[in-house]
Design a protein around this ligand. Structure first.
Ligand SMILES: CC(C)(COP(=O)(O)OP(=O)(O)OC[C@H]1O[C@@H](n2cnc3c(N)ncnc32)[C@H](O)[C@@H]1OP(=O)(O)O)[C@@H](O)C(=O)NCCC(=O)NCCS
Length: 318
């Protein structure tokens, strides 16, 4: 049996840190409000000339280095992003060029907003299981500061920029045990950027009905963490680390409670990174791998929900 396993992680955060105190000067808000409702203390903001691909490149270089692989052995690049550099080519193709990969490997983007990384990991798993690829670079990268309305206090306090990456290879043992993905487009207008290429003229900024998103997020995350364990040999007590999408500390806490996991077993970076959408899970993963909390052989669960709504979860042995 062939399984997909993570053999290297990497991440990148822009140099500029924006603490809540800076937002207090821009909109009517307070550090106390932001921290108590979201857990966020600060976020990183990309330079004007720093793109999603630029950040993804730095994360990818670290992940490839950690994996010990030759970059030209990568046979698939999946870039999860909702803030691509260009309409086309895909950010994955731009990244392939910037990495200097010359083997004509497959490269494409995945657009599932904050669920982008779990969608991309699940796709990578299936490419490995079907034998279509053996060594995959999965990147989640976002420049959300460029689609935030900095005069809208209900959204501008939430988001940040960054990128994370993993290298996944075929192996004999798990690896990824299971992944589940869902979407429900009837909720599209609750979290959206209304303008786009073929429908221009509306707002080009994030618009969100925060409390509706919050309620759906808690319910769907509670359901999906049960669903992803079903049919595996694992149960809740086997989970060593929950590595959730980092949108809001209160959503994360509710999911951990559902899994009967103490917060010490949850990787939490939302306080430092804000919500970095598709980048949040690989960023959190890399932080915890590099600081030694996540160890080889441990069981990890990823879960995320974002605009669409699109959501999902992955259970794996690291
Ligand atoms: C956005 C979120 C933090 C708001 O928290 P909330 O407790 O639901 O707050 P509400 O939206 O009900 O607003 C409560 C009050 O705070 C105000 N408020 C909103 N943003 C504020 C801010 N940044 N600072 C101060 N007050 C703010 C609102 O105007 C409202 O005031 P009112 O009662 O006078 O009308 C919360 O809904 C949330 O996290 N939702 C999920 C968002 C998310 O995760 N999105 C991404 C998913 S990938």
């Amino acid at each position: 049996m062939v399984y997909a396993g993570i053999i290297g992680t990497g991440s990148y955060l822009p140099e500029r840190i924006m603490p809540n105190s800076e937002l207090e000067k821009m909109v009517e808000t307070s550090d106390e409000w932001i921290q108590s409702r979201t857990g966020i203390k600060q976020r990183h903001i990309a330079r004007d000339d720093e793109s999603t691909c630029d950040m993804g490149l730095q994360a990818a270089l670290k992940a490839i280095d950690a994996s010990g692989m030759d970059k030209n052995d990568i046979d698939l690049i999946i870039f999860a992003t909702t803030t691509p550099d260009q309409t086309f080519p895909s950010t994955a193709c731009l990244l392939q060029r910037e990495l200097g990969i010359t083997n004509n490997c497959i490269a494409f983007d995945v657009q599932a907003v904050c669920a982008g990384f779990v969608y991309a990991i699940s796709i990578a798993n299936n490419f490995i299981k079907t034998g279509m690829a053996k060594s995959i670079l999965v990147v989640g990268g976002e420049s959300l500061s460029k689609i935030v309305d900095w005069t809208d206090r209900s959204t501008c306090v939430l988001f940040g920029d960054g990128a994370g990456a993993v290298v996944i290879t075929a192996q004999d043992n798990p690896g990824i045990y299971n992944s589940v993905l869902h979407a429900n487009g009837s909720h599209a207008n609750l979290l959206e950027v209304p303008s786009g290429i073929s429908r221009p003229g509306n707002s080009p900024f994030i618009k969100m009905s925060g409390s509706d998103v919050f309620k759906f997020a808690v319910t769907s995350m509670e359901a999906v963490v049960d669903e992803v364990l079903t049919g595996t040999e694992l149960n809740q007590s086997d989970i060593d680390w929950l590595v959730p999408h980092q949108a809001n500390k209160r959503i994360i806490t509710a999911t951990a409670k559902k899994l009967s996991l103490p917060l010490e077993k949850v990787i939490m970076t939302v306080q430092d990174h804000g919500n970095t959408s598709a980048a949040s899970i690989p960023l959190a993963l890399d932080v915890a791998v590099r600081d030694g909390r996540i160890q080889r052989g441990q069981i990890l669960m990823f879960e995320a929900i974002g605009g669409g709504f699109a959501w999902g979860a992955v259970i794996l042995r690291y």
